[in-house]
Design a protein around this ligand. Structure first.
Ligand code: SF4
Length: 346
């Protein structure tokens, strides 16, 4: 496609055109760098139509690394004998004081499926209420599959967004990834949250799929959950999992899928996570059509990320000031809080 054709393609998407399965498979089979750059261009044009040069920033607080599950792709699976932590309410209060006024649009409170909170969900409700009272910002929770009553209480006490990733909509692959967990329960939990009034985030893993059809199934599956935010993350082989020692792959596939997601979900939030490749990786993801920076933590943070590219580094370079500086060098800026609140329907 030449420049005019690319612009026409972006315009058609903005005007409501949708990709067929064959279109998606064609895009997934792009190998040529020039063709890939054209896909990124279209994705950026679509994103800019809805969001201009404005980016949303989420602070990441991984407050418990305990988990009762045994996901085959995850470092924190219950079978992995690692040091774990669970922050106390006082620790979280102190942390909140450092987040206030820093420029975040939302606080992402993440935990494994920690039995401590499953035995007494009111303890989790208390954390959400405390963070809301202290920081006053929208809150995203990622507590896993909890019952509707708990979701309702969390929402009533300040949780606005629920992140719950299916990882894949290919059932066979799901069984291998989220070992021992129900495919339907996860979908139903997301539906319950939406009924209650949450915005929801769904997401998929890439580089684990057996073939392109599996990726297509996942992309179509994401549509069925009608997410407000939609994520793709590259699978990274983690210690303490069946994949330990496998060669890590590149993030090229993730970038391509970010662009396809932007074309499929033109006006939704799409994250550029700092957790895989730090700020350089953020730039690539934004250039592929993302519009949210996630997993921002302070440079002296001792808390975990999910993949933790920087686990062994002395100093972590994914704090909000470094992020904003790099955004500005790209001609992008943090959005106003009112822009984000509009996305949330507040
Ligand atoms: S992905 Fe989440 S639910 Fe699965 S083992 Fe890791 S922390 Fe637990």
């Amino acid at each position: 496609m030449d420049q005019d054709e690319l612009d026409n393609f972006a315009e058609k998407i903005v005007n409501g055109s949708e990709l067929s399965d064959d279109n998606i498979l064609d895009l997934l089979s792009i190998k040529d760098k020039v063709e890939l750059d054209k896909l990124f261009y279209v994705a950026r044009a679509v994103r800019d139509h809805y969001f201009g040069n404005k980016v949303f920033l989420y602070s990441f607080v991984y407050f418990s690394t305990y988990c009762k599950n045994n996901c085959s792709f995850c470092y924190y699976n219950c079978g992995h004998d690692i040091p774990r932590y669970r922050l106390s309410l006082e620790d979280i209060e102190r942390l909140c004081d450092g987040l206030k006024g820093e420029g975040f649009h939302m606080i992402d409170l993440t935990m494994g499926e920690d039995p401590y909170f499953y035995d007494d969900p009111n303890k989790l409700v208390e954390i959400v209420r405390t963070v809301k009272d202290r920081v006053g910002l929208p809150i995203m929770v990622s507590p896993g599959v909890m019952d509707k009553d708990t979701f309702r209480k969390l929402h009533k006490n300040g949780a606005d967004f629920l992140a719950l990733y299916q990882e894949t909509y290919d059932r066979e692959l799901y069984g291998k990834l989220r070992r021992g967990q129900s495919f339907e329960e996860r979908i139903n939990a997301r539906k319950s949250a939406k009924d209650i009034g949450y915005c929801i985030e769904d997401g998929i893993l890439t580089r684990v799929e057996p073939d392109m059809r599996s990726t297509l199934t996942s992309l179509r599956g994401l549509e069925t959950s009608d997410p407000d935010m939609v994520r793709v993350m590259t699978f990274v082989p983690q210690d303490g999992t069946p994949y330990e020692g496998s060669e890590p792959g590149s993030s090229d596939q993730e970038l391509m899928i970010i662009s396809i997601l932007r074309i499929m979900f033109p006006d939704r939030l799409i994250p550029a996570s700092l957790d895989l490749e730090g700020i350089d990786g953020m730039v690539h993801r934004l250039n592929a059509g993302a519009n949210v920076v996630t997993s921002i933590i302070s440079s002296d943070s001792v808390l975990e990320g999910v993949v933790n590219y920087d686990r062994d580094m002395d100093e972590r370079d994914r704090d909000i000031k470094s992020v904003v500086k790099r955004l500005e060098s790209m001609g992008m800026v943090p959005a106003d809080q009112s822009d984000f609140n509009k996305v949330l329907g507040m």
